[in-house]
Design a protein around this ligand. Structure first.
Ligand SMILES: Nc1ncnc2c1ncn2[C@@H]1O[C@H](COP(=O)(O)OP(=O)(O)O)[C@@H](O)[C@H]1O
Ligand SMILES: [Mg+2]
Length: 583
């Protein structure tokens, strides 16, 4: 937190100065009023009527001026301090986001997206509230309260005692009741979160809900959560009403005490009426700081919990750019070597990859095939160090990937992941995402064409500018997959990695894409994970994974001759294709 302060020192200095001046003036203003009334009092008594009126007018004018200046100072205080807190919020949000983006992939396996969103929004807001308005209210009270107390004690100490005891009572009441208000508002936040999660799931799972005719069950579940929400909300309203009613009552009792006891003093001649009026003003002035004091303390508790949650993010180490001394930069050609790679996911019972070795010369094609769960996706994700690998097990152009800065390493890969993810943006923006810098339109068009998407895109209302995803049209699974292939083709990274992206297209489209890929590859290294073996028969080398180990390895012909999983699967798939052709 302290790191952010120096940036705002000007605002803090200006806001602090106007705050102290404004509050000191506020504490002094009732004295002016008292003098004005006292002068009038003397006027009524018949002494120096004209001078008394002049004096009263002068004091009254001074009072009005004081109130005006105080308002101006209050405005400046709010503007500088609250403004600074908003800029602090922006900086904190940016830093948390920057940090999240740099966290390792393994970290995202363990957190829920909704939780991250609430850290980025409501936790940051809770911290902002306490450092902005919270500290401001506290500082105002810290200046105004002692000044007002000194003034009141100096005027009439017994009356001061009479006012301050119930006021202190208010702070105690708020301090005691605010935790329950706080707990209840937290419960309301949680229930609200449950409700929106439920709604979001019902909507995004709309197909499943319809297909299984589960509308009634969804309605019931929503109604139940909605009911729980309203119960908590009503509880919160009750606590709040109790608190504010109690505060009003305490304030009014203090007022009553001042009027009753002070009135008797005035009648008895121990105190004068102007002093009593000044006291009433002080009472009113101190009521709010006393009430806000408890809230401010509660907001500090909330902020400290929020800070804890933010700190859990900020203190997680980001992915190191390199874990070995960085190698001197040089153009990458895209030769890959994997040597004795064993890899386990955290908490997994057995390794996902075991003692895996393979050489991929620059410009060659490696195919990775094998049963579901054999480690194909894990293998390709480790090539670009999406997860940490043991040193010396994965090398790009003979350099340990740990010695290549992450930016350099990952820029060497054009990756088509197994799950085709597109941003809510135009097709052009999605495809251009793979090309760093400003993409050349001809290159984008060529990528879209090579991915076999050109004809469909041309048929869309806005062509390449058609927005896809939540705010636009919905692409079919195959179209989405081809858009991610176009994204990889638009980049000129030396290594192309395709993780089972061709399963979602039919055989004819696949053949077309493969042809285009061969063309667009132009000397690039390719690592292709495939389900259909016909996809990979021309690969320079085919590796069959089974349970994380290399079960077979060789060219298509070698593997057929070997008579293992590959040969069996090849025959089955051929038979299948022939049957399809007959049908
Ligand atoms: N993020 C992950 N965390 C933990 N285990 C995983 C994760 N991803 C995959 N696995 C496990 O690793 C093994 C290999 O998975 P994967 O590489 O996806 O296989 P394939 O792509 O060949 O189907 C599986 O047993 C799978 O359950
Ligand atoms: Mg996979």
């Amino acid at each position: 937190m302290l790191r952010y302060l120096p940036r705002h020192r000007r605002a803090i200095a200006v806001g602090g100065a106007t705050l102290v001046a404004g509050q000191a003036l506020a504490a002094y203003a009732p004295q002016l009023l008292r003098h004005a009334l006292a002068a009038l009092d003397r006027g009524v008594a018949g002494f120096e009527a004209a001078t008394a009126r002049d004096a009263a007018v002068r004091f009254a004018a001074a009072y009005v001026a004081a109130v005006f200046v105080q308002g101006l100072l209050g405005f400046l205080t709010r503007r500088t301090l609250i403004g600074a807190s908003r800029r602090f919020e922006r900086d904190l949000k940016r830093d948390v986001f920057d940090h999240l983006v740099a966290l390792p992939l393994s970290w995202f396996d363990r957190v829920r997206t909704g939780d991250l969103l609430s850290r980025l929004t409501s936790d940051v807001e809770a911290v902002r509230f306490s450092v902005g308005p919270g500290v401001m209210y506290l500082a105002q009270t810290a200046v105004k309260l002692p000044a007002a107390v000194v003034a009141m004690v100096a005027m009439e100490w017994r009356l001061a005692l009479l006012v301050l005891v119930p006021l202190a009572g208010i702070a105690v009441v708020v301090r005691r009741l605010s935790p329950s208000v706080l707990a209840r508002s937290r419960a309301v936040q949680d229930r609200l979160g449950d409700l929106s999660t439920k709604a979001q799931e019902s909507f995004s799972g709309a197909r499943v809900v319809r297909a299984y005719a589960l509308e009634e069950r969804e309605k019931d579940a929503f109604r139940g959560l909605n009911e729980r929400l309203v119960t908590e909300t009503l509880g919160l309203a009750r606590s709040r009403a109790f608190l504010s009613g109690g505060l009003r009552l305490t304030g009014d009792l203090a007022l009553l005490a001042v009027v009753a006891w002070g009135g008797r003093q005035v009648m008895g001649g121990t105190t004068d009426a102007p002093t009593l009026v000044a006291f009433l003003f002080y009472l009113d002035m101190l009521l709010w700081p006393m009430i806000s004091f408890g809230y401010v303390l509660a907001s500090f508790q909330r902020a400290s919990a929020a800070l804890g949650r933010l700190d859990a993010v900020l203190s997680t180490a980001p992915e190191p750019a390199t874990t070995l001394p960085p190698a001197p930069p040089r153009p990458l050609r895209g030769a890959l070597s994997v040597r004795g790679l064993t890899f386990s996911y955290p908490g997994a019972a057995r390794p996902a990859l075991q003692d895996l070795s393979v050489e991929v010369p620059a410009g060659s094609v490696l195919a990775v095939v094998g049963p579901v769960g054999s480690g194909k996706s894990t293998f390709v994700s480790l090539l670009a160090r999406l997860r940490d690998v043991p040193p010396g097990t994965v090398l790009l152009d003979g350099t340990d990937v740990d010695a290549l800065p992450l930016g350099t390493l990952r820029a060497a890969f054009a990756f088509v992941p197994q799950d085709a993810f597109l941003f809510s943006a135009s097709i052009r923006e999605n495809v251009a995402y793979g090309a760093r810098g400003t993409p050349d339109p001809a290159r984008l068009a060529a990528a879209v064409d090579a991915a076999g998407l050109a004809a469909e895109v041309a048929a869309f209302p806005a062509g390449l500018e058609t927005v896809v995803g939540e705010r636009g049209i919905t692409l079919s699974g195959g179209q989405r997959q081809r858009a991610t292939i176009a994204r990889a083709l638009a980049s000129d990274a030396p290594v192309l990695v395709v993780d089972d992206a061709l399963s979602a297209v039919d055989t004819r489209t696949e053949a077309r894409i493969l042809d285009a890929l061969r063309h667009a590859r132009a000397g690039r290294t390719a690592v292709v994970v495939a389900h259909r073996l016909s996809t990979v028969r021309d690969a320079d080398r085919i590796v069959v994974l089974d349970g994380g180990r290399v079960a077979e390895s060789g060219t298509h012909d070698e593997l057929l001759a070997h008579g293992g999983w590959y040969a069996r699967t090849w025959r089955l798939q051929r038979l299948h294709a022939e049957l399809e052709d007959l049908a």
